[in-house]
Design a protein around this ligand. Structure first.
Ligand code: 1CP
Length: 343
């Protein structure tokens, strides 16, 4: 089978497949023993910067669980370093940006990321592509402008995005300048990933669900549109967010060949409403922590809602949680593969 005819790429293009393709966000990560062993010896940023190790972690994960696509091991925040941000990953605390952006003057101190500053990512993509089975497609990715700006402004993760919204509401000039700078950096970064061999790009707008539809339209839409317009046509793009039930129509308008759905929406009804687009999702990652009866029941409900329509990529509604059992992940993947799509 050529990669181009793989179920995952066909589903991205909205073509019919013999079974529903599945991969899991964060499929290489702390829930996997092999990953924990690599991390015991290697700090997270060193792992990302080491293209041999990043390729190894990527390939090990996809082969171990039997997913239909690999996602390059990296992180959405790495691009912030060549833009002028001071990034560290504290033990168990998540990422910390030491010099948060709080004003127009702070924005002025940043620069567009020179794409060659991330050459270790392109190198990891090339090495991963060379060692993956030919029929397994490789996903490249980046954070979306809003989600990246929120880390830059908050200085890390956030519960209510108060600093982010403060800048947005009090200095819309600085806000749009920041979003534009991030978007321009992302266009070049994504194009380089495609050149290196990424066959699909996923845009992670993980935290955009904290916005109202009005704020999305005014403060986010033009930037996501610019990003997606600039990369569209090269390879399929998956446009993902969480908590986005009220934003999905706008997100679809902004662009993407595949729209990511989380578990808070009914996949069937939402797909009916969105219409002509592929969809990815949408199992609650916590169902992998429960018993197999519940897991297969919930997975079956999603497959029944998709109803064999071409263009469904099975995934979780967000990343795999660290306490997940690998056996449950494999059970889910087998369950989805064995499902008769015409049923
Ligand atoms: O299979 C994979 O794991 C692919 C690699 C991958 C991806 C796609 C990693 C590795 N990070 C990401 C994307 C990413 N990073 C997102 C978008 C996806 C999502 O919403 O889950 C986000 C928001 C980040 C930021 C980030 N980096 C966080 C979240 C912190 C928060 O605010 O809640 C964390 C914990 C990191 C570090 C990180 N990145 C990746 C891993 C495996 C880790 C954990 C590091 C470790 O403990 O080993």
């Amino acid at each position: 089978m050529s990669e181009d005819q793989s179920p995952f790429l066909k589903a991205c293009r909205g073509e019919k497949t013999d079974y529903t393709p599945i991969w899991l966000m964060r499929q290489a990560g702390r829930y996997m023993q092999e990953y924990r062993e690599v991390r015991e010896r290697t700090p997270f940023m060193d792992l990302c910067a080491n293209s041999d190790l990043a390729a190894e972690v990527t390939v090990t994960a996809v082969e171990r669980i039997g997913a239909d696509a690999a996602i390059i091991f990296s992180d959405i925040l790495l691009i912030l370093v060549p833009m002028g941000m001071d990034l560290t990953y504290g033990k168990g605390e998540g990422p910390i940006l030491g010099n948060p952006i709080r004003s127009g003057a702070d924005v002025d101190r940043l620069c567009e990321a020179p794409p060659e500053a991330l050459s270790f990512v392109y190198e990891a993509i090339r090495k991963t592509r060379a060692s993956l089975k030919p029929e397994t497609p490789l996903i490249g990715f980046c954070g979306a402008p809003f989600t990246l700006a929120s880390y830059m402004i908050e200085g890390g993760g956030s519960r209510n995005y108060a600093e982010t919204k403060t800048l947005m509401y009090t200095d819309s000039g600085a806000w749009h300048a920041l979003m534009n700078l991030v978007s321009r950096s992302l266009v070049k970064y994504v194009k380089k990933q495609i050149e290196a061999g990424a066959q699909v790009i996923q845009i992670f707008d993980s935290w955009v669900g904290c916005l109202s539809p009005e704020d999305y339209r005014e403060f986010v839409f033009p930037h996501v549109r610019l990003l997606l317009d600039s990369i569209s046509g090269d390879v399929p793009v998956i446009h993902f967010g969480t908590g986005t039930a009220t934003l999905l129509d706008e997100q679809k308008k902004a662009g993407g060949d595949v729209i990511g759905l989380d578990w808070r929406v009914n996949l069937g009804e939402t797909w009916d409403r969105l219409g002509n687009v592929s969809v990815q999702g949408n199992l609650d990652p916590c169902t992998l922590l429960g018993d197999r009866e519940t897991l297969s029941k919930r997975a079956g409900e999603i497959l029944r809602q998709a109803g064999g329509r071409p263009g469904h990529i099975f995934n979780l509604g967000h990343g795999v949680l660290p306490m997940t059992s690998v056996d449950n992940v494999k059970f889910l993947i087998d369950f989805v593969h064995e499902w008769k799509v015409d049923a």
